[in-house]
Design a protein around this ligand. Sequence first.
Ligand code: CTP
Length: 404
Amino acid sequence: MLIAVGVSGGIGAYKAVEVVRGLQRRGHDVVAVMTANATRFVGPITFEAITRRPVITDQFEAGANADIEHIAIASTIDLLIIAPATANILGKLANGIADDFLSTLYLATRAPVLVAPAMNTQMFAHEAVRSNLDALAARGVRFVEPGEGYLACGWIGKGRLAEPDEIVAAAEDVLRPRGPLRSQRVLVTAGPTYEDVDPVRYLGNRSSGRMGFAIAGEAARRGAEVTLVAGPTSLDPPPVRELVRVRSAEQMHAAVLGRADDMHVVVMAAAVADYAPIEPSDQKVPKGGDTVTMVLKKTPDILAELGRRRIASGGGPLLVGFAAETERVVAHAAAKRESKHADLFVANDVSRADAGFGVDTNAVTIVGPDGSETLPLQSKSRVAIAILDRIEALLTAHPAKTSG
Ligand code: CTP
């Protein structure tokens, strides 16, 4: 997970270094964001060295706003932690004031927010601070309470920043998936299949695997045990429990059918070839006359076979299919959903230049048992979120009937 650790200007700022380390030990990637005052307590170079990323210190730094990664942080982080959070930053967060990068990030992100306040005892007890904390809690912000004891300012009481271990444990708790996909076994297929003609030639298609990878990654983030069956792609796969690399439709068929009975959900996002050469040649086929005729045989329809199995057994995983269409998109997808006995069909208008094969965005319509929903053009990772929301809703309404 990518976690932003926001550090505001308090004596506890040095403890944020240990928070970052603790998160990294648990396998998280961390980006540090510091307010101007925080840099008076700890140098940004310390955070830069341990996070191995540039530290974001000022919204108006020359060039910083042109940095795509910097701007994208708001939508890519899985959690925003603010530790220590001073009375000042709490006041800004509670009132929607965005005058530096950290307070702006709070408004811009939709990731969960975990705040560890730290300040003088009297300040922490002040009604102004209490009402800011209440306002933030009402918005779903989670807190790690300050500890009691000697404070740097000489007071004894509540206000000292919670211990780094406690903050890390609270972060793990916030990140722990709680939805219906948690611990469910989900198989996702992705990418194209290549059907060999001879040792150097094949019939393929333009699928990049992006959509399937985004679904597999999002399912894993939601706590599912994901098996990803991927055709030939050049993209890096997301972290999943099992990655199975296949080449042809035949191999994908074997990989999916061999595992489907154990699954709660199967998402067929792969662009499986419908036809393959009858028998690939062992030797390279030499050039011949002006035209050539190739005879192809139908490949096994994996999704249709899963659909038939579920009709025969009355159980089996929830099934999701994809339809690449160039016309009458929804009608075709609805017909495929019926004929393959799938629960959801995601229809994809591949005639648009900004959707479908090889691009980062997609415009889809999800066809389900209760009608269809057309989503606006958006990134494939956002589309994956919408598809998994639909899957979770179906799982809640009708838990999948599998053997285990
Ligand atoms: N599919 C499959 N096995 C195949 C072919 C397709 O499991 N041999 C799956 C795809 O992964 C996808 C869905 O079936 O989820 C697509 O259905 P299909 O009827 O093949 O649609 P198109 O590929 O769009 O085919 P057509 O050319 O018939 O429109």
